[in-house]
Design a protein around this ligand. Structure first.
Ligand SMILES: *Cc1c(COP(=O)(O)O)cnc(C)c1O
Length: 369
């Protein structure tokens, strides 16, 4: 039976999938039920009300049996016809741009260096000049640890006549996002990042404005949001859902809601600050150039990319940390050779993170000898 060995709990700091509590994993062994019966509809209604709190919305939250990229593709397939302005600042926003191209859109890229964030005023200028109908943006760029101000960017898109579709895959639950209050159009996330559920479910909310203006001819079937709207009116999904993952979602939402969204955002912000403090102290104590890639003020609360000091490879650091019982991520895309990433999201705590950072400290010291 191919299975990962059982590590000590609280040691898995990959920026997705994130560590899943044993009680959530065990929930998945529940018996099957019909997805067209009252039992499932009750389960659906329960997770639905929890997810609405997570997204800060009173609108339906669509639940797809897919990884997050499925609802990224849905963002474009269901968007109003016309040109797309794709905001690119890392590997996942680049993927979002590529999805638009693959869906047959004409795409202009507003690119800033990896690790930077986008300027809302520039979005206004570009949409006015280019006549785009859709702006795509990533909230928390998991490849770099940069956090975009999606509220300001969405406002800018609206002011210039476009809708704004938002990837908050590693944002939701870790970084504040209020769908209704902020007047957003389309936001999606996945189960395996800050929500700390196994991979395989994706969640999205869409505004009436976005749904009404949407493309009608090229939606396909599986990610046609009209199908999700219709099914959700009966507390069902269009196709057979991953029922086992719903069991996990149900159990995990209880603890997400017990903590409360503002407390969850604060806990993630504290873990981000702790990681930056650690880097500053390391630099002071050792003279090694250890620093977050992203400038203060623009850091995602859920993930930090640390620039590796000269002469050390990310692979050697990740391996050394693993020998000390912790898992961290390597660099992503073009940052593969120059960064490591610590995913401080989901159910992790500052106290647990300290153990991981101490292992990183030992490895950096050992490698610098
Ligand atoms: C993980 C991630 C994705 C892709 O999610 P999948 O579940 O692998 O499809 C997209 N965007 C961001 C920002 C991510 O962190």
């Amino acid at each position: 039976m191919p299975q990962a060995p059982e590590p000590r709990f609280g040691t898995f700091f990959l920026p997705g999938p994130t560590e899943v509590r044993p009680v959530v994993r065990q929930a998945m062994s529940g018996a099957m039920m019909s997805h067209r019966g009252p039992e499932f509809r009750a389960l659906y209604a329960r997770v639905q009300s929890g997810l609405r709190i997570v997204f800060c919305t009173t609108r339906p939250v669509f639940i797809a049996t897919s990884s997050a990229t499925g609802l990224m593709e849905a963002a474009i397939r269901n968007a109003p016809p016309g040109r797309v302005l794709a905001l690119v600042n890392g590997g996942f926003s680049e993927r979002f741009a590529n999805v638009s191209v693959a869906c047959g859109r004409t795409v202009d890229r507003y690119e800033v260096p990896w690790g930077s964030v986008h300027a809302a005023a520039e979005v206004t200028t570009r949409v006015r000049a280019g006549g785009h109908t859709v702006v795509s943006v990533v909230h928390s760029e998991t490849s770099t640890g940069a956090l975009n101000d999606v509220r300001a960017i969405s406002d800018a898109a609206h002011g210039a006549g476009a809708v704004c579709v938002i990837d908050s895959v590693s944002g939701i639950r870790g970084a504040e996002l209020c769908f209704d209050d902020w007047g957003l159009d389309y936001v999606f996330t996945g189960s395996q990042k800050a929500l700390a559920i196994p991979p395989g479910l994706a969640f999205a909310v869409a505004s009436d404005r976005y749904l009404a203006a949407g493309e009608h001819d090229r939606r396909g079937i599986y990610f046609d949001l009209a199908e999700f709207v219709a099914a959700s009116e009966h507390d069902e999904t269009p196709n057979t859902p991953a029922i086992s993952l719903y069991y996990a979602l149900d159990v995990q939402l209880e603890s997400v809601l017990a903590e409360g969204m503002p407390a969850g955002w604060a806990r993630h912000a504290a873990m981000c600050a702790r990681t930056a403090d650690w880097a500053a102290r390391m630099q002071e104590a050792t003279g090694l150039a250890v620093a977050p890639l992203v400038a203060a003020g623009h850091r995602s609360p859920t993930v930090t990319a640390i620039v590796t000091p000269g002469g050390m490879t990310p692979q050697a650091i990740v391996r050394g940390v693993a020998e000390r019982g912790y898992t961290i991520g390597g660099g992503y895309g073009k940052l593969k050779g120059s960064t490591v990433r610590i995913g401080h999201m989901g159910d992790h705590t500052v106290a647990g993170l300290d153990g991981c950072l101490d292992a990183c400290r030992q490895v950096l010291r050992a490698l610098s000898q």
